[in-house]
Each structure stands twice: as C-alpha cells, then as structure tokens.
Design a protein around this ligand. Structure first.
Ligand SMILES: Cc1cc2nc3c(=O)[nH]c(=O)nc-3n(C[C@H](O)[C@H](O)[C@H](O)COP(=O)(O)OP(=O)(O)OC[C@H]3O[C@@H](n4cnc5c(N)ncnc54)[C@H](O)[C@@H]3O)c2cc1C
Length: 477
C-alpha cells in the first residue's frame, strides 16, 4: 500500500478586516481552504467599528450604523455568524419639521409601492402642494434609467422641484442614505434609494439598528467566530504588497514587517485609496478596470456623541429636517446605555456629507449641535453635558458622484489569484455595509469558481409586487 498525502488546501490571504474582508472569510469557511485574514488595526470591523473612549473606557462607535431590511446580504451575513438577533427592526421612521411638528412614516395596508403613500401625504414638513410636487418628481424618476453625468440637484430643478422640496424632502432622505450632497450625486443611486429601498417591497425601508456596540457586532463576535472555525487572524499586521510569480499569477503577500505569506489567492479588501500601493510595479498596467482609481473621491461623516444628565429625546431615533443635525439616535433607549449609572441619556448625532464641518474644531461642532438641539428640546439648555466626543471620518465613504458606477471595478481581476473587494468595487450599491458584504460574497464566488466549486453566494433582493414592477420598472442593473 502506498501512502497517500492529500493535496494541501488552496491558501487564501484576505487583506482587510472590514465587512468586505469579513464576508469573504465567513463565506469561505468550512470549504477546505486555508484562510488567513490580515488587518492593520487591532480590531475587526473596519469603518463599522468602535473604539474605547480614552476617558471612560466605554466602547464608542465611530458612528451610528443603520441598515434597512432591503439589505438582504448583510442580513444573511449576520445570520451566518449568529448575530442577526442583535438588531432591533423599526417599522416607524420619525421626521421632525423645523417648526417642531412630528410626522411618522409607517406602512398602511395598501400593497407596495403604495404602502407608504398615506404617511407621505401626511408629511407635515411639506405643504400639500409641495407633497404633490415631490410625487411628480418621484414619477419622473421612474424614467431616469439611462446613465448620465447630470448631478441629481440639477435633475431635480429640471423636474419642477423647488429649493424647499429639495432641502426638506430629497436632501433629507438622500444625504443620510448616500452621504453626498445632491449637487454631486449620481441619479441612479438616488433612484435606487427611493425605488429599491422604500417602494418595491413593503418591508424594505424598515430600519435595522444594532442593540450592541459595533465593536462587539462586527469585532469581538467575529473574531471568536472566525478563529473557532480555523481562520488565522493576524491583527495589527499591515500588508505591504501582493507578490506575483514569473508567470504573472499571484504567489503570495509581503507584510510590512517583511514576512512573506505564500498564497494562491490574495483578496485586497481595502479602501480604494490603498489598492495601488499594494500592487507590484507594472501590475496596474495589466488592470484596465483600475484605470480610473484616481477619480474616486471620499465623502465625510461627523458623529457627535453627547452624554446628558437627563432625558432629552423622547424617541429611539428621529430625523430632524432642515437642520445641521440630521439624525438623532437615542442610545439609552436602543442599547440601554446611560450617561452616569442609572440616569441620563446618551445621544448620537449624525451629520452626513459634513464637508462644511471639516474646517471647524470639535468644540465648535459640539456647540453648534447643542444649539441646534436646544431649539428642538429646550431641556438641553438646562441639562448638564456630562461628556461629549466628536468623530469626523474624512474618508467615511466613497462619493457616489455622477458616473461612478462606470468606473467601479469588478472583484475578479485579469491577474490569476488577485481578487478585489470593498464597498467601492462594483456591487451596484452605494457605500454601505450591504455593498461591502456583497463585494465580499462576490470575491468568495470568484475564488470558489477558480477551485471548481462554483457557488452563488449573493442573496436575492426582497421580492417586489407585480404592481411595483409595473409602476417602477425593473431595478437598474
Ligand atoms: C462614519 C461612518 C458612518 C457610516 N454609516 C453607515 C450606515 O449607517 N450604514 C451603512 O450601511 N454604512 C455606513 N457606513 C459605511 C460602511 O461603514 C462601509 O461601507 C463599510 O463598513 C465598508 O467596509 P469595507 O470592508 O469595504 O471597508 P473598511 O471597513 O474600510 O475595511 C477595510 C479594512 O482594511 C484595513 N486595511 C487597510 N489597509 C490595510 C493594510 N495595508 N493591511 C491590512 N489591513 C489594511 C483597514 O484597517 C480596514 O479595517 C458608514 C461609514 C462611516 C465611516
């Protein structure tokens, strides 16, 4: 009898422990692959993570992260790793007008796409005539199906929208959802938010809010899950460059400490501005899909964390229309976290596309936010601010500028063994956790196809009603 040594499993090195890299790793475990994940920071989660507050030791999210029920792949990812129960689904979206009037968006028994029509008609931050104007704009958006370089703000003006409807309706929804100003926004992404997010399925718009800090949700829990399934995690380890053999295929990865890891596959699951420096000289010339990498831009988000000694916000979350403050999340109600022991309230304020704040210092941002909140809730003037922290992420997301989808690269590259992932790669989704997970699943699909175990990992969208398909047309590719 001769000894039989089974062939060594193919080696996969994933660079980047954000949701894209995590989704790649999670979907490849148990498939007889030798997986190593390299992350330069001491924690997993990438941009969806928390840090220990230096003065209190409490875990503070870099910023509130919200997903919607239409994010079917993020949901699938959380189910796979056993964290799907760590979210609260909220069917009610609250909007507070600059005049202090509350409107609630919630579904009526009407079928999609009319399930939110009743709430929309009751939206008291717009006049009746403005609501009809917005409805006309939404109807016109149905026919905006061709790729174009026209910014969405210009399109809105051409379709009868006024400064007030743009500020109070279109801007309120889209700046938070897409993290870009409307003057710089791609129309197809705006269309995607309204049609695919809110209208095709009656549950798609519902918000999913984490019940635990992001550092636990996408950090410590994932660390344990992956390690217990044999994935080698190398934290606080920077990747330097992908190695190619004489035949031009991937042979491994060199780390910043000089160590070399041999691998048949390297997945670069890093932000767009890190990719070029990790490719060997001359490789970029073989990658026409990366020709436009230098045209990508980033867009900032500012999160303001405020710990008050008393209750300020009566709701779990609220969208504040026409203000500096765009969204208030009540972490005392959502996660049971308080300012001091049993009392007080911890609010997280989110300001997306916060370009105007980039030149301001944190104390002025905090003061401006407090002033804005005091106009909504005068109790802010009497309250004691126990603690505060401002976190501005300059490169929070890639900017969904007009024409962006034409330059997003696919995950598979023409270099054998080199795969890309990351929210910025071609997923059809804006810069979101769903986009990142989709890119990770697509990266894993490319690897599985190469080892002759092709599998579809991407989950389908929520089903749409026939009426929605008829009235909204098919989703854009
Ligand atoms: C403030 C803020 C608020 C947001 N809010 C939302 C929201 O409400 N909803 C939503 O869906 N999305 C939101 N996003 C976007 C979401 O966080 C991202 O789309 C998603 O997390 C991106 O995941 P990723 O894996 O593509 O990239 P990243 O999370 O950036 O992961 C890349 C990883 O690569 C690592 N890395 C880079 N270079 C190297 C190297 N040389 N060696 C090793 N590791 C390296 C980085 O440290 C990082 O961990 C928000 C983002 C920010 C910043």
């Amino acid at each position: 009898m001769t000894d039989f040594t089974p062939p060594a499993p193919p080696r996969v090195v994933i660079v980047g422990g954000g949701l894209a890299g995590l989704a790649t790793a999670v979907s490849l475990v148990g498939l007889d692959l030798d997986i190593t994940l390299i992350e330069s920071r001491p924690r997993l989660g990438g941009r969806a993570s928390s840090f220990p507050d230096p003065s209190t030791g409490e875990l503070v999210d870099n910023c509130q992260h919200v997903s919607m029920t239409c994010c079917t792949n993020l949901t699938d990812f959380c189910r796979r790793v056993g964290t799907a129960n760590l979210f609260r689904r909220d069917p009610v979206l609250r909007f507070l007008s600059p005049e202090g009037k509350l409107s609630e968006m919630k579904p009526s028994p009407l079928p999609a796409p009319f399930h939110l029509a009743g709430s929309f008609l009751g939206a008291n931050y717009l006049t009746l005539f403005e609501r009809l104007r917005v409805a006309f704009g939404l109807a016109c958006l149905r026919f905006a199906t061709k790729p174009t370089l026209e910014p969405f703000a210009q399109w809105l003006k051409r379709h009868g929208q006024t400064d007030r409807t743009i500020e109070r309706y279109w801007g309120t929804v889209l700046i938070s959802a897409l993290n870009e100003r409307l003057e710089n926004l791609d129309i197809s992404h705006a269309r995607k938010v309204f049609f695919d997010g809110f209208l095709r399925n009656r549950y798609g718009y519902q918000m999913e809010l984490p019940l635990v800090p992001l550092g636990e949700l996408y950090g410590s829990r994932l660390e344990t899950w992956l390690q217990s399934r044999g994935v080698k995690l190398r934290m606080t380890t920077g990747a330097k460059s992908v190695e190619l053999g004489a035949d031009g295929t991937v042979t491994g990865l060199t780390l910043r400490n000089g160590e070399r890891l041999d691998a048949e596959f390297v997945v670069l699951a890093v932000p767009f501005d890190r990719v070029a420096s990790m490719l060997p000289e001359g490789a970029i010339a073989q990658l026409p899909s990366l020709e436009h990498l230098d045209e990508f831009r980033s867009s900032p988000i500012t999160g303001v964390h405020l710990w008050f000694d008393r209750d300020i916000c009566p709701w779990p979350h609220v969208v504040t229309v026409g203000r500096l403050v765009q969204w208030v999340f009540n972490h005392t109600e959502l996660q049971g976290r308080r300012a001091t022991g049993e009392t007080g309230q911890y609010l997280q304020i989110v300001i997306s596309a916060s370009y105007d704040l980039l030149s301001k210092d944190n104390a002025s941002i905090k003061d401006a936010v407090l002033k804005d909140l005091a106009e909504i809730w005068p109790a802010v003037n009497e309250a004691n601010l126990v603690h505060w922290r401002v976190v501005t992420e300059h490169g929070a997301t890639f900017a969904v500028r007009p024409g962006i989808d034409a330059i997003r690269p696919p995950q598979r590259t023409p270099i054998d063994g080199l795969i890309l992932a990351g929210d910025w790669t071609d997923t059809g989704w804006p810069a979101t956790m769903e986009g990142a997970v989709r890119s990770g699943y697509k990266a894993a699909e490319a690897i599985l196809a190469d080892v002759d175990r092709a599998e579809v990992l991407i989950k389908p969208d929520l089903p749409e009603t026939r009426l929605a398909r008829l009235l909204l047309g098919p989703p854009l590719p």
